[in-house]
Design a protein around this ligand. Structure first.
Ligand code: AMP
Ligand code: ZN
Length: 457
């Protein structure tokens, strides 16, 4: 049974899905005003891992929704800079098109395909849904209008008997907690649901009774609207980086009337010399600058998602080397010829591996422990059950290692000649044949207890 650390209750809990059909996951996606950095990618690898683990352990299907934030101050500023000839809404759309495309390419590099995500809604396509939530908050007197903008009142919310501060302990006497905001609000922690139109900025009409409030949505309301639209009022799991607990997720919950998802999973940050990777700090790196992006995926998986991960080029080189060895072992198993691998590993190492691998993942997705269990079989055990085990590892970790394409007859003949030369102890010939296999077919021949096995170079 899968247990997950739920930020709502600050403890590990057995995962119980709402229904028997599909598990709903909502992840806060990128703001598409620029290219994402590899710290952001860590946050998107969490739900990808989660959906794979859910399929493996809970045998459930998953609806994974990730939004695209295509409206905020940075989007507006950048779109007006890059597309100054277009009207503000068109400029915004062009900018979003450009960076959403790059985002999808970056995800693909680390093994997340577009089709792995069930829905990728853009915020500006759901303004009507946002307005509908805001209308509800106004009619229940939790929200108020000020200078054409609409705010969520924390005080009124609390007075209505609801708890604000479900994910972290909040102390409202401390103004320092509240991000700097130039909006005029009644309470320091109040936040904008709707921001009044400013000159030359994109805006949407918002008719309330007889008055129009042209403007644009606040950030938090986007996710409440899109999560409700695609997954319903209550859904299973919400993910995001730890920095989103407050105010973003706290506000999402409040806007949804006090409950939204049953489980909140937050990944810790990717840091550089102990500092969070962030555009504002200037210590960012894009996946484009990583030679082996799947090694980055491996590196992220080799740390627990709730541990900070300090990133350095040495770590990446280490992960590349580690993954290279794992690819070699997987290839050897997958490319073995029919009949070459014994059915079962008699030492029971594979059974032990399967148990440890599963236990590790059931325990709040302890990926470093699951990867460590590989040492029980890796490069030691060659059998059909070891092959199945590696197929499982690949499907859970999404490392794209498995290649099933059967070897061509020419290659099989070349391998046979090599094996024969070794049996005849004609090492000069076998060395030449090994070299030929490498140069002609890009395969490395290795001598194992069950004969010659090959892997891609
Ligand atoms: P943003 O575009 O800043 O909203 O970030 C998108 C996602 O990336 C959010 O879930 C953030 O919490 C997450 N994130 C941002 N910086 C980092 C980082 N350095 N390490 C891990 N996650 C991050
Ligand atoms: Zn969000």
């Amino acid at each position: 049974m899968l247990s997950l650390y739920n930020s709502l209750n600050r403890k590990k809990e057995a995962f119980k899905p709402i229904g028997s059909a599909r598990v709903g996951i909502y992840s806060c996606g990128p703001t598409v005003y620029g290219r994402v950095h590899i710290g952001n990618l860590r946050a998107f690898l969490l739900p990808d891992l989660l959906q794979r683990v859910l399929r493996y352990i809970e045998h459930v299907d998953v609806d994974w929704v990730m939004n695209i934030t295509d409206i905020d101050d940075k989007m507006i500023a950048k779109s007006q800079l890059e597309y100054d000839k277009l009207n503000p809404v068109e400029a915004l759309e062009r900018l979003a098109d450009k960076y959403e495309e790059l985002f999808l390419q970056d995800l693909e590099k680390i093994g997340i395909k577009r089709d792995d995500i069930s829905h990728l809604p853009r915020a500006t396509d759901f303004v009507v849904e946002m307005q509908s939530i805001i209308k509800g908050l106004l009619s229940s007197n939790i929200a108020y209008v000020q200078n054409g903008s609409i705010f969520f009142s924390i005080e009124r919310y609390q007075k209505s008997g609801k708890k604000y501060g479900k994910l972290i302990d909040l102390n409202f006497s401390s103004k320092s907690r509240v991000t700097h905001d130039q909006d005029q609000k009644d309470g320091v922690a109040d936040f904008a649901l709707w921001k009044a139109k400013k000159p030359n900025e994109p805006y949407w009409d918002f008719k309330l009774d007889d008055t129009n409030y042209p403007g644009r949505p606040g950030w938090h309301i986007e996710c409440s609207a899109m999560s409700t639209k695609f997954l319903g009022d209550t859904f299973d799991i919400h993910t995001g980086g730890v920095d989103l607990k407050f105010p973003h997720h706290e506000n999402e919950i409040a806007q949804c009337g006090g409950s939204q998802a049953n489980y909140y999973l937050h990944n810790e940050h990717l840091t550089v010399e102990s500092e969070k990777m962030a555009k504002s700090t200037g210590n960012v790196m894009s996946i484009e600058d990583v030679k082996d992006p799947m090694a980055f995926r491996y590196l992220v998986m080799s740390a627990h998602y709730r541990s900070q991960m300090d990133f350095g080029s040495k770590d990446l080189a280490g992960a590349h080397e580690r993954l290279r060895r794992l690819r070699t072992y997987t290839d050897q198993l997958m490319l073995a010829r029919p009949g070459q691998l014994p059915e079962k590993d008699e030492t029971k190492a594979v059974e032990q591996f399967n148990v440890e691998f599963k236990h590790a993942l059931e325990d709040d997705m302890n990926t470093p422990k699951a990867l460590a269990a590989l040492s029980i079989i890796e490069s030691k055990v060659y059998s059909l059950d070891a092959r199945e085990a590696m197929r499982l590892v690949d499907s859970v970790f999404g490392l794209n290692m498995v290649n099933d394409t059967p070897l061509h007859d020419d290659i099989l003949e070349a391998i046979d000649s090599y094996t024969q030369a070794r049996t005849d102890k004609d090492f000069k010939k076998s060395d030449e044949l090994r070299k030929n296999i490498l140069e002609k077919y890009g395969l490395v021949a290795a001598d194992t207890a069950i004969g010659t096995l090959v892997s891609r170079h």
